[in-house]
Unconditional design. Structure first.
Length: 151
């Protein structure tokens, strides 16, 4: 996933457009964001422990969901939104097209109705967050939280 969703797109965009990581939404970490992330994890873990999720399952799921959220968000929001903005600089179009690609291309092996009902609306929310903040950290946190709540 790292090669296909991060290294290859970043290398391609860097060569083609001389893009900087900040232009793709990769920013320096702020202390407030670390605090928000820690608070989110505390609430998430508390909720999942209350559901009876095993500690080992939770740790493994956390690592997996973190990798999935970072790689998919870099590809779908960072790289794809950058390219779509270059072609058509309308925020609603960037959100809609990147969300459709995320829901139906990234998850093409999933049931169509699951993509329509769950992934597309979530992707639209993440797209709006990204377009408003131009920061992948917030969409990664949303994506990670959403995925972890569904284990």
């Amino acid at each position: 996933m790292t090669v296909g969703f991060i290294l290859f797109p970043y290398s391609y965009l860097k060569k083609l457009y001389q893009v900087k990581r900040e232009e793709l939404g990769v920013r320096s970490v702020q202390y407030l964001e670390i605090i928000i992330g820690c608070i989110t994890l505390i609430f998430l873990y508390s909720y999942l422990f209350s559901k009876g999720i095993d500690f080992q399952v939770l740790i493994l799921s956390t690592v997996q969901m973190c990798i999935v959220a970072v790689t998919e968000e870099f590809w779908a929001r960072g790289a794809m939104c950058y390219i779509i903005r270059k072609l058509y600089n309308r925020a609603w179009f960037v959100v809609l097209l990147s969300s459709i690609c995320f829901a139906f291309v990234t998850h093409m092996n999933e049931p169509f109705m699951d993509n329509v009902l769950y992934r597309l609306p979530g992707s639209i929310v993440m797209g709006v967050i990204y377009v408003k903040t131009n920061n992948l950290r917030y969409t990664v946190l949303f994506h990670f939280t959403y995925n972890l709540l569904n284990i």
